[in-house]
Design a protein around this ligand. Structure first.
Ligand code: LCS
Length: 388
């Protein structure tokens, strides 16, 4: 089946008992055992079945299996948030005294986790620009367990060649984990390019309506079994209702992503011609340094873009305070267009120096392009740019 069809039907069937087309929400904490021996067998995993929603839940399983199918992975697991997903992946693969390599440009929350939390657990993290193959190779050590990348990266839209990272990581016996939040499997499939693990913030395009927080991990069966064992003890599980909202949002993923991409391409072109704007960062533009790699590994260029205003931080503030239709808010992948200032908001975990090293200038503004009529969005940006 084509991915659009799998997005609608994949892994889902009318309910066996009632015929309900929309999946039942198993809004329960616990599941009754037939007798004491049955309960004991479930805990020993001698028999398949549900015990307690922190362990597994049928509505949540449906979502996990569906994303695994869409990502061409063997199995999936749902978490309370994207960050919970990333935390669980890393503590499953890496122990105290070991090391991971992360690309230097990642979501600010993930950067905070890597910079502030993992060192307390004895997990060493090296940040490097993984676009540079030699640099990546040189920082992998004997005790390195994982290379972690986001592509396109939040917030600069830097493009990393996934297949090349796979080659380097695997040549050193290290796994590669890709955060595919910005694109979803509709636009990019890291597992098919050789990545071992894919993580998502389901809060974004999967949910698509800005009404839940969630995370998902997909990967090979053996790793996912280990991940599940840790996850049930760590306890960052999600709720059946949230999983259901993501399942509902997913039905329209392909049409939403098409519109996000189409609108973003037009806004990127509009901004790139504006005399108050210095640079536009959008992988679909020929001027983007990652354009050729983006064409190779992505089917479209996504709904996220960034730009530097000639007037720097002050101009950015005026712009964000002057938009009327775009919403001044963090998060991304919603139906509504969201505009924000990474240096003082999503990426405020980076120091000023760290921001500049990544090319995140003080006047850099990020837009998550929504599903509105693009002409209304351009008109809104135009009137706000006129205020500067
Ligand atoms: N990965 C990426 C690429 C993200 O952009 C985010 C959140 C996460 C992981 C974490 O997911 P969460 O725990 O929030 O579900 N990114 C956000 C952003 O750019 N603005 O607000 C949140």
């Amino acid at each position: 089946m084509h991915i659009e069809t799998n997005i609608v039907h994949g892994g889902q069937h009318p309910d066996k008992l009632t015929g309900a087309l929309s999946p039942p929400i198993y809004q329960t904490s616990t599941f009754a055992f037939r007798d004491a021996d049955h309960g004991a067998r479930l805990f020993k995993r001698e028999e398949e079945g549900y015990i307690y929603t922190r362990y597994r839940n049928p509505t949540i399983d449906l979502l996990a299996d569906k994303i695994a199918l869409l990502e061409s992975a063997e199995a999936g697991l749902v978490f309370a948030s994207g960050l919970a997903a990333i935390f669980n992946v890393i503590v499953t693969l890496v122990k105290s005294g070991e090391h991971i390599v992360s690309d230097d440009t990642i979501y600010g929350g993930t950067f905070g986790l890597f910079k502030n939390i993992f060192p307390k657990l004895g997990i060493d993290v090296t940040f490097v620009d993984t676009v540079n193959r030699d640099k990546l190779t040189s920082v992998i050590r004997d005790n390195t367990k994982l290379v972690f990348i986001e592509t396109p990266a939040n917030p600069t839209l830097k493009i990393i060649d996934i297949a090349k990272c796979v080659e380097v990581a695997h040549s050193k016996n290290v796994d590669l984990c890709v955060d595919n939040t910005f694109l979803t499997p509709y636009l990019q499939k890291p597992i098919e390019l050789g990545a071992d693990i894919v993580v998502h913030s389901a809060t974004k395009y999967f949910g698509g309506h800005g009404d839940i927080i969630g995370g998902i991990v997909v990967g090979g069966k053996i790793f996912m079994e280990e991940l599940w064992k840790n996850a049930k003890d760590i306890g960052a599980s999600n709720s059946p209702f949230n999983a259901w909202l993501v399942l509902r949002g997913l039905k329209t993923l392909a049409v939403r992503m098409d519109r996000h991409c189409e609108n973003a391409e037009k806004i990127a072109e509009y901004l790139s011609k504006h005399n108050k704007i210095e640079n536009v960062y959008y992988p679909g533009l020929f001027s983007h340094p990652g354009h050729e790699i983006a064409k190779k590994q992505m089917s479209k260029f996504g709904g996220m873009l960034g730009f530097d205003l000639k007037g720097g931080k002050e101009a950015g503030k005026i712009l964000m305070n002057s938009v009327k239709l775009c919403i001044l808010a963090v998060s991304l992948g919603d139906a509504d267009t969201l505009i924000e200032h990474p240096a003082s908001m999503t990426h405020s975990t980076y120091s000023d120096e760290e921001l500049l090293q990544r090319g995140i200038k003080p006047g850099f503004v990020r837009i998550s392009v929504g599903l509105e009529n693009v002409n209304d969005l351009i008109e809104d940006l135009e009137q706000a740019l006129n205020v500067i």
